[in-house]
Design a protein around this ligand. Sequence first.
Ligand code: HEC
Length: 469
Amino acid sequence: MDLIFYPVNDFGPLMKGLVIGGMGIFHVFLAQFAIGGGLLMCYFQWLASTGREPAARRLVDSFFRFLVLISFVVGALTGVGMWFTTIQISPRTIGVMVEEFHWIWAIEWTFFWLEVVAGYTFYRCALRLGDRDRMRLLLLYTLAAWASLFWINGILSWQLTPGRWVESRNVWSGFFNPSFWPSLLYRTASCMAIAGLVGCAVINAMPNLSSATRTALIHRTARFLLPMAAMPALGIWYLAVVPPDSRAWVLGGSVAMTMFMMLAVGASLLIGLYALIAILWQRLTINGATATLLAALAFVASAGGEFVREGIRKPYTIRNVLLSNSIPPERIAELRRTGAASRDPYPLRDATPLPTDQLRLGALTFRLQCSICHTLDGVNGLVPLTASWAAEQKRVNIAHLQHLKTFMPPFAGSARELEALVQFIGWQAEGAPAAWPESENRAAEERIRRYLDEAGVLPAVGTIRTGER
Ligand code: HEC
């Protein structure tokens, strides 16, 4: 069986990677709020039942309960959405993840199920239950929600830092991989901060509270921002354990990654400073508008962080195992000989008439190897990126793809396919004319073969060439 995955889907001008990323960002934010929200409800239930803050019960029973419900329902829906998009876009990746970690997924789903049942039971029955049962249900909900983070975190962090798993193939060395703990703890702090901010916004919106009670509740809630103090250290820990090339990108090597990382750091810093100076130190209260604005900043911080985490994995979806375009690195040498797209069993979906077989092969090559990160004319479009290049420059650069930008995988196809891709990009750049002569260019293919040999078949992340003249 040919184990190369041939993608057939097309998201038009939207880059496929961005479709997964965008969905992921929403999902993570909602799911993290659902976890932090559970913790906050436990804390408030405790404050109420011990008589420390009787009004706290109102938060637990009011709007907040709905918010947590909505977040875990929408969180679950976007979770299903994640499965749906990843099996469309990158089924090989998700396939390897399921193959390696099916029991872990099963455990994760069991906890998620428990979270849903406990959350829903609380939602339906809380008003009829005594304090002890309310607390039990809330604890069950929160522990289950956090446990599903615990289990999923092992799988997601493994994608970037599979660690000793690469040699041992042992599930647990993959699960407790080098970035497992910093990422779990960092995410736990984010869960709490997000819930703290949304909590403050909700308390402001609650009617009939005396201003003293409101302030007291807000100060209690603001404590959930305190774990943010550990975020810089956890962030540094995380960066210290990711591969050196990924680290280099966030530290300036890739402008996009660096800027998103600065955005995440900057937004978190603003929230943290506000919490520290205004709420905890000056004992100011925080009004609804400010809390909402800070929660929006927390979304920006999460989005930036997730974008960076996904981005610095390039050119792999699973480090050392699977390249971003679902091609296993060890297959490249063979695919250079046999061709890859030429054996694609699926027809092109786009109805645009392609005048020649060569252009059809070029389109298939683009679909197989580039379309996960590039579109033709839209986001990260190949036509504008190569607009000023002569045909020969396209040949050289695409043959040396992994050296052109180290976050791209090596070209994984034959010289004939590469030439077809060059022609396809050129044809698109000319506005897809009805006639486009096939380049029966043996000499060009011969040169491409030489360029490909020079480039080699290994991904180039972290390579520095020295001593060449
Ligand atoms: C893992 C994702 C990924 C894959 C797969 C990928 N690229 Fe890229 N490529 C990128 C990114 C990200 C950039 C950076 C764009 C920028 O700098 O604005 C880029 C840049 C480029 C550029 C411009 C380089 C420059 O220096 O200006 C070209 C040309 C290009 N890619 C061609 C391709 C071709 C052809 C393929 C398929 C054979 C491909 N890429 C596959 C991610 C990828």
